[in-house]
Design a protein. Structure first.
Length: 535
């Protein structure tokens, strides 16, 4: 027995020595390559033909090294890190307005809620004349926005002409203010459907979303649509909190695998969520990523939501942010996350792990022709025919894992034709609708269409208004008769949407776009199907 114990101790000692040797080898390699980098930098500074910025050269090397590891690991200068953190925390710095150009005039295109500009009384549509005594007429949007930007604690002096022609002077302090994680929200009273467009999972997203949902419930909500299209993700902790409110106790939300056990996690609900009985539809597209994919994947896996739209981005890895004394920092991919039933979300990792096989034609019977064509594209993306893992939910729904979250029903967004895009991008619609809104539509809409839904259902662009827009566009030398024939109804809807923008802000604009939003229309028609998942 003693001999066996001695042998075991010897083996353990050898293993320990090997582990230490391995760790020493890694440390020695790091030290050796750090010295190489230092030598190259010193040699370049001394001998290179041109002088160069040592900090920029070093940052370029750091960024290249992290990008070599994967496309989600990245280095940030102090300025870049500040901007990155602002986007994700839901806080911004400045006065909270953006400029839009109409001819040579600079118009206030948007005013952020809770911002210093909103508190000062600046409105969308006001014409900006001077910024800190500099005339801005004729300047580009970028030039004006740069003049408006500045450090927290400083002030900017503005002279504007408001929408009734009065000159106004504002001294506005630049502050850090909260930015809502909700791009748009509205309630369709006749259908008892609530719509929320979630722009990002910021540190405020739980409060923002639950406040909107609670307001809908007071109005009699029977179905909720959450639009995640274009949502790039955000904080993992926040998406876990939000997802938990739709699931029963002890439901898996997401879990991770990692080389370092510190980053291996399994998130479960600790109690029943307060929105268990709300029928739910999620809208996704190719720009729905990261935390937004966790949300969609978890609720789809648990048969809690119908997911409509297009296959999501497929960013299924977790990044940890490290900051340094000079304000710079870097984020590093430390783990991979999986949906509750084990679907791998990350497209890149999934591609490496797929097995070669034939795509079974019988799959068309269960998922349909269009979805089958979409999956076939995945074969091309992975360099040939590939076996795509499939999963079955508790209620018998078949879910496919091709990287990202594949929707229950594939619905592609319609694209605008060239004429409509030009009318939008050149500011023709913005200029025309601002002009007629201020001249008579503001009063008309306030008196006849007090509620947004009333406007949605009862206002239509008549031939006289459409002809006025046609004449206005001709005066700007922008029109194409053939394209206009094809796109007439869409142009009318855009006029209606831009009028709603001036009156009800972004929520009015997006609500009016229902008429041209194929995916949102599909969601509304699926409300009964969403209710069946609850039962």
């Amino acid at each position: 027995m003693k001999r066996v114990l001695i042998i075991i101790l010897i083996i353990a000692a050898v293993i320990n020595i090997n582990n230490n040797a391995s760790a020493n080898d890694v440390n020695n390699l790091i030290e050796y390559n750090a010295q190489k980098f230092k030598f190259i930098l010193e040699t370049a500074v001394k001998n290179h033909l041109d002088t160069f910025d040592i900090e920029q050269a070093s940052e370029s090397a750091f960024r290249a090294m992290l990008n070599f590891l994967d496309n989600q690991s990245n280095y940030y200068s102090a300025k870049q890190l500040k901007e990155y953190q602002e986007k994700n925390t839901g806080r911004a710095e400045g006065i909270g307005i953006t400029a839009a150009t109409i001819n040579d005039s600079v118009v206030v295109g948007s005013v952020q809620k809770n911002s210093p500009a909103e508190k000062a009384g600046i409105k969308r549509g006001d014409i900006l004349l001077f910024v800190d005594n500099q005339a801005v007429t004729g300047k580009s949007q970028q030039e004006v926005n740069e003049l408006l930007a500045g450090d927290t604690g400083t002030v900017v002096n503005l002279i504007l002409k408001n929408t009734i022609g009065e000159l106004k002077n504002y001294v506005v302090g630049r502050e850090i203010y909260k930015v809502s994680s909700i791009a748009s929200s509205f309630y369709l009273k006749s259908r008892k459907i609530g719509y929320i467009a979630s722009s990002r999972f910021t540190s405020y997203v739980y409060d923002d979303l639950t406040n909107e949902i609670d307001n809908f419930l007071k109005k009699g909500l029977e179905c909720l649509i959450i639009d995640l299209r274009g949502n790039p993700g955000g904080f993992l902790d926040e998406v876990v909190k939000v997802t938990a409110e739709f699931l029963p106790k002890n439901s898996v939300i997401v879990y991770t695998n990692s080389k370092n056990n510190d980053f291996t996690m399994n998130f479960r609900t600790e109690k029943d969520g307060k929105y268990l009985k709300i029928p739910l539809i999620l809208l996704v597209d190719g720009q729905t990523a990261s935390a937004a994919e966790i949300f969609a994947g978890a609720l789809q896996d648990h048969d809690r939501a119908i997911v409509l739209g297009e296959n999501t981005f497929g960013k299924g890895t977790v990044q940890r942010l490290w900051t340094m004394r000079d304000g710079s920092g870097f984020r590093l991919t430390v783990a991979e996350y999986f949906s509750p039933i084990g679907r791998r979300i990350d497209k890149g990792i999934l591609k490496k792990n797929m097995e070669k096989a034939e795509l079974d034609e019988s799959l068309k019977l269960s998922i349909g022709e269009e979805a089958f064509r979409e999956i076939s594209k995945a074969f091309e993306e992975t360099g040939g025919a590939t076996r795509l893992p499939t999963y079955t939910t508790k209620k018998g729904r078949t879910l496919i894992s091709k990287g990202g979250v594949f929707p229950d029903e594939l619905v592609r967004s319609d694209t605008l034709n060239l004429l409509s895009k030009v009318l939008m991008n050149k500011g023709i619609l913005l200029e025309f609708t601002r002009k007629i809104y201020l001249s008579h539509f503001q009063k008309k809409m306030a008196n006849e269409y007090k509620e947004l839904e009333n406007y949605l259902q009862n206002f239509n662009v008549d031939e006289q208004l459409y002809n006025d827009f046609y004449q206005f566009s001709l005066s700007k030398n922008i029109w194409n008769a053939e394209m206009a024939k094809i796109d007439e109804q869409n142009i009318k809807n855009l006029i209606k949407s831009y009028l709603a923008l001036w009156h009800w802000d972004n929520s009015g604009f997006l609500a009016t776009r229902i008429f041209d939003d194929k995916v949102l229309n599909k969601a509304i028609s699926n409300s009964e199907k969403a209710k069946s998942l609850i039962n």
